[in-house]
Write a protein that binds this ligand. Structure first.
Ligand code: S3P
Length: 167
C-alpha cells in the first residue's frame, strides 16, 4: 500500500470537513488531522490573528507548507482549510490523492456559517460574500477533487457514507 492520506477533505468553511473527517477517521480506524490546527500549533496563534498581523498571502504560504508536510506523512483522514485550494502550489500537492469536495450551496452556507466573525473572510454582508467566495472557488474545488459530495440535505453521517462509497 502506498503511504499518504486515505482521504483528503476540501470544501468551504462550514461544509462539515472536521465533523465528517472525524467520522471518517472513526470508521476507517485511522487518525484525523487538520492543517488549520497544525498551523495554529506551529505558529502559537489563531488563524484570524495570522490574517490580521501578516495578511492572507502569508497565511497561504504557511498553509502550503502545512499541506506539504501532512500529505507526505499522514496516513489517515486529512482536512484542509476552506481556502487552501486558492494556492496553485497547494493544488499541485493534491494531484493524484483521494480528494473529496464537500459542496454546499450559498443559502446553506449563510444558514450554517452566516456572520461568524471568528472566520476572517466573512465580516460584512454574508450572502454577497458567500456568493463571491463560491464563484471564485467552486472550479478550484472541482479541479482538485476526485469526488464531489453535496452536503446540503445530508447529516454528517450521510456525508461520510457518501464519501466512503464514492472514493
Ligand atoms: C479559510 C477557511 C478556514 C481557515 C481560514 C481561511 C478560507 O478554514 O483556513 O480562516 O479562506 O475559507 P475552515 O474551512 O476549516 O473553516
Amino acid at each position: 500500500m502506498t503511504a499518504g492520506p486515505l482521504v483528503v477533505l476540501v470544501g468551504p468553511m462550514g461544509s462539515g470537513k472536521s465533523t465528517v473527517g472525524a467520522l471518517l477517521a472513526e470508521r476507517l480506524g485511522a487518525p484525523y488531522r487538520d492543517t488549520d490546527a497544525d498551523i495554529v500549533a506551529a505558529e502559537g496563534r489563531e488563524i484570524s490573528d495570522i490574517f490580521v498581523e501578516d495578511g492572507e498571502e502569508h497565511f497561504r504560504a504557511l498553509e502550503r507548507a502545512a499541506v506539504a508536510t501532512a500529505v507526505a506523512d499522514h496516513e489517515g483522514v486529512l482536512a484542509l482549510g476552506g481556502g487552501a485550494i486558492l494556492d496553485e502550489g497547494t493544488r499541485g500537492l493534491l494531484a493524484g490523492l483521494p480528494v473529496a469536495y464537500l459542496s454546499m450551496d450559498v443559502e446553506e452556507a449563510v444558514r450554517r456559517v452566516g456572520l461568524n466573525t471568528a472566520r476572517p473572510l466573512l465580516a460584512v454582508n454574508p450572502r454577497r460574500q458567500w456568493r463571491e467566495l463560491m464563484d471564485a472557488r467552486r472550479h478550484l474545488y472541482t479541479e482538485v477533487a476526485r469526488v464531489v459530495v453535496t452536503t446540503d440535505d445530508r447529516t454528517p453521517e450521510e456525508v461520510a457514507d457518501a464519501v466512503l462509497s464514492a472514493l
